[in-house]
Design a protein. Structure first.
Length: 177
């Protein structure tokens, strides 16, 4: 999860830096807002704001989904995923939490992600994630142990997202066998 967030931050940082560095030519660097040494008035034209692509929005929503999903399984609380999952996916998570609760345990999610948006429109998206799963069970009250070795299994899941009331939500997922 941390790796995914760092990667998303890194991609966002590089995108912002690339867009923020501006044009300029090989003879004259882009105006970086510093001192104007040529004596002309600074430009009053508004600076364009970078617009997130649909793929960026989907990946950000997917990262939020995993953060909420991880918290839900650790705290056995399905309500935390209600803002990021709906439909079949929300039902699946509720059932997973009920199963953990009946077994007297919770789960600490430790997953390394490699998500790729396969298809995306203004209303729906499909994402494939090849994950290395090192999650492990913990005591539902103490949350111990804080660290453990997981299985290291490689999982390939497809996630389906829909934009609902202006927000991307995971509506279902399937495991690729």
């Amino acid at each position: 999860m941390v790796a995914l967030l760092l990667r998303l931050f890194g991609v966002s940082f590089v995108l912002v830096m690339a867009l923020g560095c501006g044009g300029g030519s090989k003879d004259r660097p882009a105006d970086m807002g510093g001192n104007n040494t040529e004596g002309s008035a600074p430009s009053s034209a508004p600076t364009p704001t970078p617009t997130a692509t649909i793929e960026d929005e989907v990946l950000a929503a997917y990262a939020r989904y995993w953060e909420a999903y991880s918290q839900g399984l650790l705290n056995l609380d399905a309500s935390v995923v209600e803002g990021v999952a709906t439909g079949d996916e929300l039902q699946r998570i509720r059932q997973e939490i009920a199963n953990l609760r009946s077994q007297g345990r919770a789960a600490r999610i430790v997953v390394t992600h490699k998500p790729v948006v396969i298809e995306a429109s203004n209303t729906a998206a499909r994402l494939l994630d090849e994950m290395v799963n090192n999650s492990f069970f913990v005591d539902p009250v103490t949350k111990d142990p804080p660290a453990a070795s997981g299985s290291g299994d490689v999982l390939r899941d497809t996630f389906y997202l829909e934009r609902i009331d202006g927000r991307w939500m995971v509506v279902r997922s399937t495991r690729v066998r």
